[in-house]
Design a binder for this molecule. Structure first.
Ligand code: FRU
Length: 489
């Protein structure tokens, strides 16, 4: 019976998408090369996996409007993580444990097991006592049509854990065992719980992997845990932790005790729009991570959920990033190299002196482009360097490199008439001879990477097609740029 309901709800969702997708395509805020839903709402990346020769991305999806509601798992496949073929949703609410309204199939992950594609997700249902979250399984022989496991839910909240804050399982395999980390809240503090299983269906609590002592909020959403080099990485998105959107911890892990010993912590992103990242191993060994380009906590301040709902959609992913471990155990986050295949009209200059006069730069059509700079810190005597991005119609986003205070700021107060806020971070300049800057611009977003891809700001700006000028100037002296590369995308 419920198999039928699942099938019907997937068909219904697909019909809704088919009915609207041609109109939504023409939206002036649609991204040109970032992953987004064909129609409707998207939030977290789910179940990222390379399976039988294709990248599969699933995502939190409401096919019925440009607002969050009734969570489905949207589904798309790709060969390069840049060009996508959309498929019918993989999961839709259909059972007592994942029914909507305002519930559904919440975030989770994917793994290959028993020659099938397994999804582990959080069923969220309103049982009259508030929302109850449990961990559930679905599987597929072909990677496209999923069936929910009859024994669902496979896990309910343990004692001491709030039943409405127990979600987002991330599964992996080590030797003969399966492991899963999920987010939770205990005594008003966020934590990551570790479970293990021999067969993917029967799960036992193993350990608390890490826990906030107040500094990282009251609930951790979308934890992720994976090996990199000789270390392990834990990432999570804390609720109620001020400006932290996604945090990483790097340390050692002991499978015998389930204990994680963090050595280094850092911010994945300093911008406003990077949340709920998830990662997976690519077939060539790279660790790839995708994040949702938005954040719950600041959005209500601006009312609406972003202006794109007027075009019948909302939400996209940041450009997929490759995660690398540095010698000092910090992490680098580099745009995937597949993006190079999108480059058009390259322009290169091997030196440029920037004065206090505004200089115009050219990068593609000024809307969707890449800009790479190497600033010569030894020859620069300016106090600051300002880049004016996506300017036009009296609007602009200002990216400021303040050498005197070793600070970077991205100011979108005048970006588009809608977005607000200034994102800030400390720039690591000590002993440095040059500063690298890499910018990815798309119609509705700016991603700025610096300090060797360790200091990154992702901010949505809904600047359309007509804000297409790019300018630069120095303040308090001149700045010398050693190399400047631009590409249209
Ligand atoms: C994070 C999150 C998850 C949850 C999902 C619901 O953005 O709140 O914790 O599973 O979104 O859509």
């Amino acid at each position: 019976m419920s198999k039928e309901i699942l099938k019907l709800n997937i068909e219904k969702a697909q019909m809704e998408t088919d009915r609207k997708k041609e109109d939504v395509k023409n939206g002036v805020m649609r991204q040109r090369y970032h992953f987004m839903p064909q129609t409707g709402w998207l939030n977290d990346p789910n179940g990222l996996i390379y399976f039988r020769g294709k990248y599969h991305f699933f995502f939190q999806h409401n096919p019925y409007s440009g607002f969050w509601d009734s969570m489905h798992w949207g589904h798309a496949i790709s060969e390069d993580m840049l060009h996508w073929e959309y498929l019918p949703p993989a999961l839709a609410p259909s059972e007592v444990y994942d029914d909507h309204p305002k519930g559904g199939c919440f975030s989770g992950s994917a793994i290959e097991h028993d020659n099938k594609l397994f999804l582990m997700y959080t069923g969220t249902a309103n049982k009259g006592r508030g929302y109850e979250q449990t961990q559930c399984i679905a599987y597929s022989e072909d990677g496209f049509h999923f069936e929910k496991y009859e024994g669902n839910p496979v896990l309910t909240a343990p004692e001491g854990i709030l039943p409405d804050m127990f979600r987002d399982p991330k599964v992996w395999k080590h030797e003969d065992m399966y492991y899963m980390v999920c987010g939770a809240s205990r005594e008003n503090r966020g934590l990551a719980l570790l479970y293990r299983s021999g067969d993917m269906l029967h799960w036992k609590f193993f350990q608390v992997l890490a826990e906030s002592r107040g500094e990282w909020g009251y609930m951790w959403e979308c934890p992720d845990f994976y090996p990199i080099g000789d270390k392990y990485v834990l990432t999570f998105s804390p609720m109620g932790a001020g400006d932290h959107t996604a945090v990483y911890l790097v340390g050692d892990f002991d499978y015998k005790t389930g204990r994680f010993y963090p050595l280094v912590s850092g911010e994945i992103n300093w911008g406003f729009d990077y949340y709920a990242p998830q990662s997976f191993p690519a077939p060539d060994g790279r660790r790839i991570m995708a994040g949702w380009s938005n954040e719950w906590e600041w959005m209500p301040l601006w009312k609406d959920w972003g202006p794109t709902y007027k075009e019948g959609w909302c939400g996209f992913f940041n450009i997929p990033l490759e995660v690398r471990l540095m010698e000092d155990s910090t992490l680098q986050f580099l745009p995937i190299e597949e993006i190079k295949a999108l480059r058009q009209n390259p322009e290169y200059l091997d030196s440029l002196v920037i004065t206090e006069e505004e200089t115009e730069l050219r990068a593609g059509d000024g809307v969707a482009f890449e800009l790479k700079l190497k600033i010569d810190l030894e020859k620069t005597d300016a106090d600051k360097l300002e880049l004016f991005l996506r300017c036009g119609e009296g609007k602009k986003t200002v990216c400021l490199f303040d050498f005197e205070n070793a600070e970077m700021r991205v100011d979108r107060e005048k970006a588009d008439g809608w977005s607000r806020g200034i994102s800030r971070s400390v720039m690591y300049l000590k002993g440095k001879r040059e500063l690298d800057v890499h910018i990815l611009s798309d119609r509705s977003s700016l991603e700025i990477f610096t300090d060797n891809y360790r200091n990154n700001h992702s901010n949505n700006i809904f600047a359309g097609e007509t804000q297409n000028q790019l300018k630069i100037r120095a303040i308090g002296g001149s700045a010398v740029i050693k190399e400047i590369e631009t590409y249209g995308i």
